[in-house]
Write a protein that binds this ligand. Sequence first.
Ligand SMILES: Nc1nc2c(ncn2[C@@H]2O[C@H](COP(=O)(O)OP(=O)(O)OP(=O)(O)O)[C@@H](O)[C@H]2O)c(=O)[nH]1
Ligand SMILES: [Mg+2]
Length: 420
Amino acid sequence: MTTLLPVMIAGVSHQQTDFENSLHELAQLAATQNYQVVAIERQMLPQVNRQTYFGTGKIKSLQAQAQATGAKLILINDELTPTQLRNLENATQYRLLDRTELILQIFAQQAHTRPAQLQVRLAQLKYQLPRIHPSNNPLDQQRGGSGFNNRGAGESQRELNKRQLRQKIQQYQKELRQLQQTFATQSQKRQQADILRVALVGYTNAGKSSTLNALLKCTPEQTAKEVLVEDQLFATLDTAVREIKVPNYPAFLISDTVGFIDKLPTLLVESFRSTLEEARQADLLVQVIDGTNPDPEAIIQTTNKILAQLEITDKPMIYAYNKADLQTAKPTNSPIGTTISYSAHNLTSVQKLLSLILQQLFASYRPLTLLVPFTEGPLINQILCNEIIRDQSYTESGIKFHLFANPKSYNKLQQWQSNL
Ligand SMILES: Nc1nc2c(ncn2[C@@H]2O[C@H](COP(=O)(O)OP(=O)(O)OP(=O)(O)O)[C@@H](O)[C@H]2O)c(=O)[nH]1
Ligand SMILES: [Mg+2]
């Protein structure tokens, strides 16, 4: 049986309307790390205290509450500056974990491939760097531990000086660059193949991976491997790309990738920049939204903000509200763009999502009727692979196609145009 560590969660609300949701999300993040929330403390302030995060008057009651409830750790709802962290730990004599460090811990636990581990490790080291200095604070000694999980990551605080950290950062960056070169080559090859790409993006646990698997199931000839689905925040850290082939349509690629969350540490966003390359190169984004979320507008805003941070902007987007089987209300106040409600657990509704994807992805294809002589074998093959075939029939003089032509091949195909 897993032992749960009692923790207190605490945050300053600085005129946030979604503060309670944000605390709730922090509790969910805590649960993934086997922390049991035994107390919640809030303070309303116009802005956080630059030295101690909470107002000084609040600190004593925070400490008293933590003691009374037996909390072993205090989780803070924001990223603390190194000064705030140190001052607040000294004042409360409690080990603190801010939202960033908690998210980094979760990512570290979920990183199973070398690129993902390196990306998380780099973010962790960069987080540690300004927070490490010789100190008499005994709490610092507890920051050791092993593996990728802790701020000290297996070495005592004293050993880890900034120079060593910088060396490690360089070493990991070099290894990651080498791995990413291989990825870039694969990605380039796909680009050369002139194949259209769709990327599933959105909040963590919204059902992106489930949606990818369901889309694969909707296409009968599909043999592609399914991706991992888990009721767990940040189950997916690596990008998976699959080909989808719908009869009579050109094949296209679809990618599933790391999910987002409010206040996703900038360090992680930067670390995962190349993992999100598929989304940057996508022709269409499908933003998967958990339709059961009480505040879908806020999660859409968060996702769009992170996409903007990654310079993934100005792309056609489908807002796909998932988990319709659990949803009580239909989406209201939909953002500008195409909206659909579906459930990844219901293939009939996923089929509708697929139709919408096809409609958006191939929106620039134009209708054309062709009569292609049987002698044009290679051209017939190209047409079958690259164009949307609506109808084909055999006549004495060749194959007659009613199709939607790729704008790139439209002019070339026009020479076979038939008015019959
Ligand atoms: N009831 C219901 N559950 C769903 C649906 N779609 C996904 N889920 C569940 O939601 C949880 C998360 O699904 P994933 O597909 O792993 O979500 P994700 O967006 O890939 O999550 P991360 O990879 O962690 O960012 C799993 O427990 C799924 O079974 C749905 O339509 N209905
Ligand atoms: Mg996933």
